[in-house]
Each structure stands twice: as structure tokens, then as C-alpha cells.
Design a protein around this ligand. Sequence first.
Ligand SMILES: Nc1nc2c(c(=O)[nH]1)N[C@H]1C(S)=C(S)[C@@H](COP(=O)(O)O)O[C@H]1N2
Ligand SMILES: [Mo]
Length: 407
Amino acid sequence: MNRRRFISQTSLTSFATILGADIVFGNNLPKGYTPLALQDTDPFKLFDKDSGMSVLNNKPWNIEAKAHLLDDKVTPNKYMFIRNNGLIPENIDAKSWKLTIDGESVSKPKTYTLDELKSKFQHHTYQLTLECGGNGRSEFNPPAKGNQWTVGAVSCANWTGVRLKDVLQDVGFKENAVYIGYHAADIHLSRNPEKEPISRGVPMAKALQDETLLAFQMNGKDIPLVHGYPLRLIAGGWPASASGKWVNRLSIRDKVHDGAKMTGTSYRVPCEPVAPGEKVADEDMCIIESMPVKSLITYPKSGAIIKKGQALNIRGHAWAGELEVQSMEYSIDFGSTWHSCSLQKPANRLAWQNFSASINHFPKKGYYEVWARAKDSNGKSQPMLLPGWNPKGYLNNACHRIAIKVS
Ligand SMILES: Nc1nc2c(c(=O)[nH]1)N[C@H]1C(S)=C(S)[C@@H](COP(=O)(O)O)O[C@H]1N2
Ligand SMILES: [Mo]
């Protein structure tokens, strides 16, 4: 090999393939230099997302949907929000990917290759709601630091994988097991390999549910890189931070997992309501478990105009963490009176439910808002406006509202 060539012949060939043209003076490219045309960080192209999505941050990448983009019953990749705490892992090789199960409460640590997981255990597919604990954060006052999610950090895709419980039972664990904690291949923003961007988990009872998966497919295809390829933990109905992407190690713990973002104000809220802005002692903070009841009007888009006498057909989804949604209502008079929507059963436990209504009682021309409100199977409804303030702005499940003009 000519020593004057700064860049390897293989990377030159692969650059040329991606560019669809030969790099004429390619042999002069300095080592480690990526041609400008390949430095494209257009996130929509990079992650195969719809250009209507909103980028909240690019380091790390955080991208959300808008309500009307979430109209599909099963969320396609192009409308799925991205929430990263660190940098996306580089050079993933699914062939050599391994998952190690260890921890204080494992009977004996065990490592599986991805192929072993796929061939040894039965596959299951569930449609599962994943909502970021911080979805809706932008509305809190005093404001909470972090990505200013509006309503679009929620998805409900089909996930295929093996049941975590089948794997945990195959490995074996002690009676004192209380929690599982995930470890993943993503990179801390500081690039310090000793630090993990995030390492969360769930109690054993959640880990052992039928729907808790070690997933390798999303919507029938390999999981897209940004969503956790090649292996992801999925714990539907809980803050999506419990669903570790790029998982390569699971620890069976004899105590509540104490990984990155399990303590302090991360994914924890005051156990009892506090006044907005109040300081909360560490011991008065509780880990978020099942997400609260919530809903989203996905059609029409806010700002729609209809003619007087014309019916307004609305539709959307409702979900309630571990619970089912019992009923769904809408209001056109700022919450003074409510009318029922028709509500479907979920595709399976922990999937969102579709609702619809035909509204034909707008009394006259003018500006209206349609507010939607879901009630869970315990009889708890969404608050009309903001729920309880908390330091990091989690769990805003206020009613979704769209503007309508009758002309
Ligand atoms: N390894 C790893 N897993 C992770 C995260 C992360 O940064 N790294 N973010 C978590 C958070 S906070 C959320 S809301 C979801 C987002 O999943 P998505 O990007 O596939 O929509 O992934 C969770 N799993
Ligand atoms: Mo999140």
C-alpha cells in the first residue's frame, strides 16, 4: 500500500458508493476527513424522519412530532420522536452483539449473542406506548430545564422481541431480586467511557410482565439505529426512559437500581404535591412508574376551518400507563360541558386506544377550541390545564386542545 495515501482504499470506495461518484483526488484526502457532502447533518435525512418534525436539540439529538403527525394507529418511524441522553453508538455490529445478565441477584451471570436470544426464545409482538416522562414540559411554570417537549414525545409502534421474563428465568435469579437495571452502548456527551449517559430500569414485577420485551424489531423491521438497534428493552406504559436503547447488559439488582438518572430529580417527582418552584428534599422524591392518563387529538390539525352546519370529525389516541382508558370525552366550550367520543379497545395491553367523534353542535360562527379528556379504568381523568408542578417538569397530562374556526 502506497504510504502517501492518507485514507484507506476501503473508505474511499465506500465514500464513492454513498456519493454515487468517484472522488477524483481521493488519494489526497487527509486521514479522518469526511467529504463535506457526507457531513450532512440534516436530521430528517439522517434519521429518516418527516421534515415536519421539530428538532429540540442536536447534541444530543432530540426531535419531537406534532400532534397531527401522530394520526396513524401504529406510529411509523418517520413520526417517532427521538430522545437521546448521549451520543448514538458508533460501528454497531449485530453479529457480534452480546447481552450479559449479571448483578447481585443473578444466580450465575450469563451472556447471550443476539442470534442466541433470537433462536432460543419465542418471539412476541406487541404494540406499546412509549411516552417520554418530560412530554409536555414546555408548559410548566416556573419553567423546568431540559428539552422543551410540547405534545409530541409519544409513540405507539409494534415491537417484536423475546420476553424479558423468559430470558431472566433462563438465567435464574435469587429471591432477593428487586429491580433490573440496563446498561447500553451509547456514549456520554463528555466522551468519558467511564460515564454512562443513562442507566435506568424497572422493578422485577414490571420486568416479568408478558409485554416487557428485549426487542430487535420495530414495525416488522430491524430497529432503526437511533431507536436502539440492534437490541432494546421495551417497558410500555412507563416513562420511556425505562426502555433502554442499545442494551448490552442487564443487572438483576438486590436494591433499587442506582444507575445514571435514577436519582435526584431525574425521572422522579415529589411524592406529595408541592407549590410551584418549591425546593424538594431528596427523600421526598419518588421514581415515576406507570404514566398518567393522557390523550391527543391527531385530526384535524389545530387551526382547521369548517363551514357552519358542517360536522367536525375528530380523532386521536388515548393511553393510561398500566391501565386501560375507560372513556373519552370532548368539550367545545372550554370544559364547561363534555360529550362522549367513541373509544376503541387497545390492540393489546399497554397500547394506546383510538377515539373519534363527530361534532355537529357548534351554535354559531366563530372561534372554538376542542378539548379532549380521557378517564382511566380507576376513574381518574386528565386535568383540564396543568397538573402538579415538579422540579423537572414531568408528567404533564393536561387535556390536549385544538383551535377551530366555524365560518
Ligand atoms: N441507551 C439509552 N436508552 C434510552 C435513552 C438514551 O439516551 N440512551 N433515552 C431514554 C429516554 S429518556 C426516552 S424518552 C426513550 C426515547 O426513545 P426513542 O428515542 O426511541 O423515541 O429512550 C430511552 N432509552
Ligand atoms: Mo425520556
